[in-house]
Design a protein. Structure first.
Length: 329
């Protein structure tokens, strides 16, 4: 049973205005066309596309009737982004919605004029996607997944609260992903807690089993998983391996906890995809993407999986359960 408490993502920027943008005026077509490029697989992340389509419906767009959505899925592999963009561009989309930092950076290389709305980019400035958060300029804008620094630090603090005696924190990260800044932050946060960080890198799904075997050999007694398209797309395998090794883990996406992970702390990612529909609507109605401020969530969801905690023989502190936005039993 899942107990959900009302949870609302609020944003720091509001009042998006509209000015002419003739290159994408909707009047030139009977149907608007949207390219949708998601970092994971359709089987694992269809709910992200569903959330985006639900957002479009709120603005009167009916997929298949008043708007065409050309969806592509990168299957958690960064090398797939360029070829999928090469498939989308000849379709002449009015707007491209692209998920993840790696996906947005790939789009930045080849999409020079078509408006692009990114979703879930960790740091749009550091990624070189926009010149300014308030006035992005150019043809890119969208929604960031984090607000400022400290999110991973809070995740590490959750581990300390749940397993205070743990001293060796494994960090699972994709060495081919754009996650090095978060790896550095994770290491620093773990050291601040007086614990030992133990990074374990992977390059593909075939590396997960060996990484968890290495964690056991290193006597890691807690785990922090850095989310990116690879780890998110293979979340079921990761939570099963964590269960096999009986290692308490905290994750950056709620989807991990819903798949059986112990604890997740993150922005509500489906809500970000739903919010992206507002950007698409503004652009189709004439607003230049460079005039639409990048939004950053300032509310995050804590999801606790009590079933997993019991399997690990852990007692989740009542103070943590009272803070949780969602408790899975």
């Amino acid at each position: 049973m899942i107990q959900r408490r009302p949870f609302c993502v609020t944003f720091l920027v509001a009042g998006l205005g509209a000015v002419p943008w003739p290159a994408v005026a909707q009047e030139t077509r009977k149907l608007a066309r949207i390219g949708f490029l998601e970092a994971g697989s359709a089987s694992a992340n269809q709910h992200f596309l569903d959330a985006f389509q639900n957002g479009l419906r709120e603005f009167g767009y009916l997929p298949g009737k008043t708007v065409v959505i050309d969806a592509r899925w990168a299957e958690g592999r960064a090398e797939n982004f360029p070829k999928l963009l090469a498939e989308l561009m000849p379709l002449r989309p009015d707007v491209i919605v692209v998920a993840s930092t790696l996906g947005a950076k790939a789009a930045k290389v080849v999409v020079t004029s078509t408006p692009v709305v990114f979703v879930g980019v960790a740091d749009p400035l550091e990624a070189g996607l926009v010149a300014n958060l308030a006035r992005p300029g150019g043809n890119f804008t969208g929604l960031s997944r984090v607000f400022g620094e400290g999110l991973i630090g809070k995740a590490a603090q959750l581990l300390e609260t749940i397993v205070p005696r743990a001293s060796r924190y494994a960090i699972l990260w994709n060495a081919d992903g754009a996650v090095e800044p978060r790896l550095r932050e994770a290491r620093a946060a773990i050291r601040t807690l007086g614990k030992t960080p133990l990074p374990f890198e992977v390059h593909g799904s075939a590396d997960f089993d060996n990484a968890f075997t290495a964690m056991r050999a290193a006597r890691a007694d807690a785990l922090l998983v850095i989310a990116d398209p690879l780890t998110l797309g293979h979340r079921q395998a990761i939570v099963e391996l964590a269960a096999r090794e009986r290692i308490p883990a905290v994750y950056e996406f709620a989807e991990f906890a819903r798949a059986g992970g112990l604890v997740a702390y993150s922005a509500d990612v489906p809500a970000l995809f739903q919010r992206a529909a507002l950007y698409v609507d503004k652009i189709l109605k004439g607003t230049p993407p460079g005039d639409l401020p990048v939004e950053q969530p300032n509310k995050f969801a804590l999801v606790v999986n009590l079933k997993t905690a019991k399997a690990l023989g852990l007692t989740i502190p009542q103070s943590l359960l009272l803070r949780a936005d969602e408790v899975i039993e």
